[in-house]
Structure formats: C-alpha cells, structure tokens
Ligand binder design. Structure first.
Ligand code: WAQ
Ligand code: MG
Ligand code: MG
Ligand code: MG
Length: 243
C-alpha cells in the first residue's frame, strides 16, 4: 500500500490567525503521495475564492501519516429534517440532543454561546454535557484534524455536507463526546446539524442567510479528561468509511 499524507490548509484575512487575522477557511484531506500537489493547489484556490472574503494569509502543511497509525471508523447515519424558521430549528436541535447524557440547559447555553459570537472561531467549543459550562481554554477552540473519508465521492456532491459528515463522524467516535451542534460561518449556507447516538441530523434554517457567524459545540461527559479528548480530536488520523 502506498503511503498517505495529511494535507491541511488554513487561511485568514488581516494576517495570520496567531497575529489576530480573522479566519476565512480551513480544510484538509488525507491522500496518496501522487495526489498531494493537486490537493494542495485546490485547497489554496479555495482559500482565495471564499464567500467570507479573500485570504491574505494561507498556510498549507503536509506530513506523512504512518499507515499503522490510521484508524477506520463508520460514517454516521444521516437523517433529514424539515423546519420553517430559526426558532423552530433551534427547538428541534434541542429536542434531538437532550436526554439522559445531555441536559436541556446545556443545549440552550450552547445555542446561546454560538448566537453570541461576534466573530467566528477557528475551532469548536468543548462544553460539559450536564452543566453547559465551557471546558476549553482561550478563544481558539478545539480544531479537529487528521481526518478524511475513504471514498469521498460516496458521501455525495455537497462539499459542506461531505466535510461536515467526516468531521462529525470523527468527533462522535471520541470517547467521552456525546453530541455536537453546528452551523456554518459561510454567509450563503444556513443548513446545520446536530449529531448524537450515531445519527447526523440535518436541519435547515439554523441561522439567518447572510450571517457570517457560525460555529461548533462538542458536548462531553463530565467524568472524562478533556485533555485526552482534545488530543484525539486534534491528532488521531481517521479515515471514515461508508456504512
Ligand atoms: N474543527 C473544529 N471546529 C471547526 C472545524 C474543525 N476542523 N472546522 C470548522 N469549525 C468550526 C469553526 O468555528 C467554524 O467557524 C464553524 O465550525 C463552521 O465551519 O449537512 O460548513 O466549515 O448540509 O463553515 C454543515 C453542513 C456545514 C450541514 C458546516 O461549517 C449539511 C460548515 P464551516
Ligand atoms: Mg468548512
Ligand atoms: Mg463518542
Ligand atoms: Mg466556513
């Protein structure tokens, strides 16, 4: 088998993220050596033609992933929902997530935190599933990385959904993570999702069209060591397989 490489792009406007630049786009793939050049080029193009604006800082990182470090996981099952308004969508998201492991309070706090962001974060908030308290430190959030799907095309033509399904499948596979809430920061994309109990629930109207505020919340069990969750999410190489 040929070696696989992780190719990751992050782009910002107003300088690099670490110097206060504002996040435009980030994406990544896991590909064979002979695909690295083409993928790096397409990720750079994407950063330069984004609905959030043109990037003036683009970082592309490539590194080898030893074959034996890769884990293979199943893709979440997709369920489509229909709603008529943002409040209805947020209510549905709350009902789908709440239960014995995630409280209604935690979901309501999480929705409030996403709504009140004044700029998008590069990563996700880690939130206690019972109390709704934020567990990660600083404002960067937890950036899930080193994942792709085995057969990307099998997951469909909608790039937002394909990438979100891969990310959400990795996130739910983490020991201690019990749910996720997400909507995009891309102004032209208002479909979001919640993930829990092995299901990816697609929900329309999660935010106003034109808004460039979006984000992610990962709900974690109170008894889990959040450092080990973060380590897994950031660096364990994962390939998602179609069920
Ligand atoms: N790790 C953690 N958080 C991330 C990551 C990541 N790799 N990528 C994005 N985020 C956070 C960050 O706060 C972004 O501002 C926010 O999520 C939204 O990211 O089935 O496209 O890439 O059609 O804009 C949902 C698809 C699309 C629903 C979500 O998110 C469907 C989307 P975006
Ligand atoms: Mg994205
Ligand atoms: Mg889990
Ligand atoms: Mg985005």
């Amino acid at each position: 088998m040929s070696e696989l490489y992780s190719v990751r792009m992050r782009a910002a406007q107003g300088g690099p993220h670490e110097k206060g630049g504002h996040h435009i786009s980030g994406a990544e793939r896991i590909v064979k050596l002979e695909e690295v050049g083409a993928i790096a080029q397409s990720l750079a193009e994407r950063a330069l033609h984004h609905s959030k604006g043109t990037a003036d800082f683009i970082n592309i990182t490539v590194d080898l992933i030893p074959q034996e470090k890769i884990s293979y996981i199943d893709c979440l099952r997709v369920e489509e929902h229909k709603t008529g308004s943002i409040p209805e969508s947020h209510q549905l998201a709350t009902e789908l997530l709440q239960g014995t492991t995630i409280t209604e309070t935690a979901v309501r706090k999480a929705i409030g935190m996403l709504k009140n962001l004044d700029r998008s974060m590069r990563g996700a908030m880690l939130v206690d599933a019972i109390s709704g308290e934020r567990l990660d430190e600083g404002n960067r959030g937890v950036r899930v990385s080193h994942m792709d799907s085995f057969d990307s095309h099998a997951l469909g033509d909608n790039e937002h959904m394909r990438e979100a399904l891969v990310l959400a499948s990795k996130v739910q596979s983490a020991e201690g993570v019990v749910g996720e809430l997400c909507w995009s920061d891309d102004p032209d994309y208002t479909v979001g999702y919640v993930a829990c109990n092995g299901v990816y629930h697609r929900i329309p109207h999660m935010k106003e069209l034109g808004s460039n505020i979006g984000g992610r919340v990962f709900f974690v069990r109170s008894d889990i060591d959040s450092e080990s969750v973060i380590e897994y999410l950031e660096s364990a190489p994962i390939l998602v397989q179609r069920r």
